[in-house]
Design a protein around this ligand. Structure first.
Ligand code: NZQ
Ligand code: ZN
Length: 403
């Protein structure tokens, strides 16, 4: 196990009716003016935005709105949010929604206190040191942004110093240890009862992916972190099946909601080197094809990635197969056989919950694979990942496996 620092200072308030407490929680950070950020309508229809705003008003806040944040959020709405913050002297940002809304709120919180362009943080030109406080009312268990220090934003057009467009969209993830962790996250599983099956399934895949990216590591002797990850994965498979069969089951929704947070708040990565290549491979797809939901993209990429790396380094994949997918090794079988059986079971779990397994299933006809590979390595370096480091030849083979 490697040395580590683990600091996750978000306060989680979990359970029924908890969104009514948002005013009281926001008040702890001083200030009187809140920017409420939300998506394309689900949080208005469910009443979550209305209840949050009423609670903020009751606690003495004036509120301002930034609505209509789209999935795979882009820079233009962040810039609009930063202007609103400056214009109205906002003290706190409240995100009511999922990863796209929360990540937009985080980018606004960071950019509003910075003299330059907020994108400087995402492309590595500036280091995040301070941000306005962000509070969350979570409506979809998936991205885990409510408990992570990360934010993922797409820059629609990359321009040179003369303002000319030099390349298409780029989706980059900014990781911070604590600057971008929400101060508090309200998690009422009832708010997730309106999720369509597709979005529920996308969330299940994404939370599993967040564990895989940390679990597939060559750092030895992380038994505790391994067992936490395996326990969570087993619970997600079990509760995932339950929630897909009984979408109105509050307890299944509650378990899935808490699992998504624990999958991505860093606990599953403690003491070891992480991987993240499946996410990098997927982000290129949903940057260029923004109608691809992040979780759906991962459902296609992950089994293909696992098969590719299992051929070179089967050990941990075989461990996953035995401990999570309940593969019982046949006498005389070698790790790669066990690994492949585990991957087959994972793929069939994804298919059973309605997830796609290739580009066609993602609605991407005739993808430009050389362009995806080029952009991936331009953004993330010549070699990506750690469990098996992947160069352009390898990532091309993984994209090709989705044809
Ligand atoms: O826009 P509305 O109408 O709200 O609809 C949303 C949206 O269409 C809908 N939805 C959310 N809650 C709902 C609901 N529909 C009915 N009932 C509800 N209760 O779900 C759709 C997807 O929302 P989105 O916020 O995009 O989903 P998700 O949480 O999966 O976030 C995806 C984004 O997060 C990034 C992804 O790349 C993607 O951009 N990620 C962020 C991470 C982080 N910050 O740590 C890590 C992840 O790996 C991920 O990359
Ligand atoms: Zn993800």
């Amino acid at each position: 196990m490697d040395n580590f620092v683990y600091y996750a200072p978000t306060k989680f308030v979990f359970g029924r009716y908890t969104e009514k407490r948002i005013g009281e929680l926001a008040k702890e950070f001083g200030g009187t003016r809140a920017l409420v950020v939300y998506g394309g309508g689900s949080a208005v229809r469910s009443g979550a935005v209305g209840r949050a705003v009423r609670s903020l008003h009751a606690a003495g806040f004036d509120t301002f709105n930034l609505e209509g944040i789209q999935p795979n959020p882009a820079d233009d709405r962040v810039r609009e949010g930063i202007e609103l913050v400056r214009m109205h002297d906002i003290d706190i940002i409240i995100a009511v929604g999922g990863g796209s809304v929360i990540d937009t709120a985080k980018a606004i919180a960071l950019g509003a206190l910075y003299d330059g362009d907020f994108w400087d943080f995402y492309c590595g030109k500036a280091t995040p040191e301070r941000a306005l406080p962000v509070g969350v009312v979570l409506t979809i268990p998936a991205a885990g942004s409510e408990g992570s220090g990360n934010s993922v934003i797409t820059l629609r057009e990359v321009r040179n110093e003369d303002g000319e467009v030099v390349s298409g969209p780029v989706k980059l993830s900014l990781r911070t240890e604590s600057v971008l962790r929400p101060k508090f996250a309200i998690m009422n599983p009832e708010l997730t009862l309106t999720l369509p099956a597709w979005q529920t399934a996308c969330g299940i895949v994404d939370m599993m992916a967040h564990i895989f990216e940390r679990y597939f590591s060559n750092t030895p002797d992380c038994e505790v972190t391994d067992r936490v990850a395996e326990g969570l994965l087993k619970a997600i498979v079990c509760e995932g099946r339950r929630v897909m069969e009984s979408p109105d089951d509050y307890q299944a929704r509650a378990n899935i909601m808490w699992a998504a947070t624990l999958a991505h708040n860093g606990i599953c990565g403690t003491g070891r080197r992480e991987d993240w290549s499946s996410h990098f491979i997927e982000h290129e797809i949903s940057a260029v094809y923004p109608d691809v939901a992040h979780g759906a993209g991962l459902a296609a990429v992950i089994p293909a990635w696992m098969e590719y790396v299992a051929a070179k380094n089967p050990g941990k994949v075989a461990q996953f197969a035995e401990r999570v997918m309940d593969v019982v090794p046949a006498p005389g079988s070698v790790p790669v056989d066990i690994a492949l059986e585990g991957i087959a079971r994972l793929r069939s779990f994804f298919l059973n919950i309605g997830m796609p397994s290739d580009f066609a299933g993602l609605g991407v006809i005739d993808p430009d694979i050389p362009a995806l590979v080029e952009a991936l390595h331009m953004h993330k370096g010549e070699s990506i990942g750690n469990y098996v480091p992947l160069t352009a030849r390898d990532t091309k083979a993984i994209y090709m496996a989705l044809m």
